[in-house]
Design a binder for this molecule. Structure first.
Ligand SMILES: *Cc1c(COP(=O)(O)O)cnc(C)c1O
Length: 445
């Protein structure tokens, strides 16, 4: 019988000869065979800091990267490796590297690729934390990020300079609900000889696989739908193996931080991830704990089933809201009224995720007060700052995450005082609509 744990992608040679396993099978099996010593069927939690070397020679080879194996859990761990291989398989990629959080995944990519003086062109429709890191923390490293309207391909092109070393975007931007035209942006990256990095958190590989559309590197906040239960912070970097790093300075040149190792030449399509692991993760220490990797594996095993229900509930809630007289607009690309509907059908045929924003018609006390009253009247939707939980979540950005901003700044960031953001969970649909209905009643009276 072919072994689904060892066929990372349908195009892997052993799978092509034998049988290509489907997405759901790889969700459950990729990256793991039953533990030979104990027979354990689930991936065990290897809660250990370090690993005994077989010999002094083996130890030396591991440190020189002449042999691949476990040294210290800051760099690698068998539980984490199962999670990494499984995500790589689901994204149709050559490899992956797990990190302590989604932010750590993004930062690790940037630290591995960039040098002072380098520039990045990024979508302006980004997760707030990403934007802050790009503007402030990357600037401290001498890196400049130019933000462009992601829907304007000419703007991507116009922002390129000889110093541009990467393009960056999200599969679906929030709060606009904009779907990125990945293959067109990837073509711009290819023509300029730089990688396109995509944050695929909102879709997960079940709804969209950016590498299949030409993206080169994918990052995730595994904290969200991948883990899926709101219990664990984690991140992961995925390399499609599709970008040729042999002329890309930081990956191709001899690295003084690793006794002049040339990562691209030595490791071929694994060069970028090897440098990210052996150098960046070694130095920043932003590693995931084996226990969190285990919890994220539990999430992956039910990913397709959960995402189907998330999307079905989100579509129904969006349709309910769009028809509601107390709602001015709904920004869900699953609705034909969305300007991104055609792109959503192209890139996310199984549905464009379960996170979206809508605008309340302001009551007599103005839009900000109406938003607050609406949130306070909800019972089933939890009011908190997260997305991608199994439970339904809600936030009113103008009175929470964006409350320091002036009216002008709110408008510039696309966050109006009337805006409410939902992350639709897995509850009974009728109960979600019941809860929303009650909140609309409360702001009417
Ligand atoms: C949450 C999130 C992040 C950051 O991930 P953490 O795991 O919270 O560090 C990055 N991108 C997107 C789209 C997110 O939703």
């Amino acid at each position: 019988m072919p072994d689904p744990s060892s066929s990372p992608t349908p195009s892997a040679p052993e799978a092509a000869v034998d049988h290509a396993f489907g997405f759901e099978t790889r969700m459950l099996h990729a990256g793991h065979v039953p533990d030979p010593q104990t027979g354990a069927r689930a991936v065990p939690i290897y809660q250990t800091t370090s690993y005994v070397f077989d010999s002094a020679d083996e130890a030396a080879h591991l440190f020189e990267l002449k042999q691949y194996g476990n040294i210290y859990t800051r760099i690698n761990n068998p539980t984490t490796a199962a999670f990494e291989e499984r995500v790589a398989s689901l994204e149709n990629a050559t490899g992956a590297l797990a990190t302590a959080s989604g932010m750590a995944a993004e930062f690790t990519v940037m630290m591995t690729l960039l040098e002072p003086g380098d520039e990045v062109v990024a979508s302006a429709h980004l997760y707030g934390g990403t934007r802050t890191m790009f503007v402030h923390t990357l600037r401290k490293m001498g890196v400049t990020v130019h933000f462009v309207d992601p829907t304007n391909l000419d703007a991507w092109q116009a922002a390129l300079t000889p110093q541009t070393r990467a393009l960056y975007g999200e599969t679906i931007g929030n709060p606009q609900g904009s779907v990125l035209d990945i293959s067109r942006v990837a073509a711009i990256a290819d023509a300029h000889g730089v990688p396109l990095i995509i944050d695929n958190t909102f879709c997960t590989p079940y709804l969209c696989r950016p590498i299949d559309h030409g993206a080169h590197i994918v990052v995730h906040s595994a904290t969200k739908f991948m883990g899926g239960h709101g219990t664990s912070i984690g991140g992961v970097i995925v390399d499609g193996g599709t970008f040729d790093f042999s002329d890309y300075p930081t990956i191709a040149d001899p690295s003084p931080a690793y006794h002049d190792l040339a990562f691209a030449e030595t490791f071929g399509e694994y060069g970028f991830l090897m440098k990210a692991r052996a150098e960046t993760l070694r130095d920043t220490g932003a590693s995931i704990s084996p226990f969190n990797a285990f919890l994220l594996l539990q999430g992956l095993e039910t990913l397709s089933v959960r995402m189907e229900r998330h999307v079905a509930n989100a579509q129904a809630v969006a349709e309910y809201l769009e028809a509601h007289p107390q709602v001015d607009w709904v920004a869900y690309p699953g609705l034909p009224s969305s300007p991104y509907h055609a792109l959503a059908e192209q890139y996310t045929p199984r549905g464009p995720g379960a996170i979206f924003s809508f605008g309340l018609s302001p009551g007599p006390d103005g839009p900000r007060a109406t938003g607050k009253q609406f949130i306070e009247a909800l019972e089933l939707f939890s009011h908190l700052a997260n997305v991608g939980d199994a439970r339904s979540l809600v936030i009113h950005p103008a009175s929470t995450t964006h409350q320091q901003l002036s009216a002008a700044e709110l408008e510039e960031s696309g966050v109006g005082p009337e805006m409410v953001r939902l992350s639709v969970g897995l509850e009974t649909l009728d109960d979600l609509l019941w809860d929303l209905d009650r909140a609309f009643h409360a702001i009417r009276s």
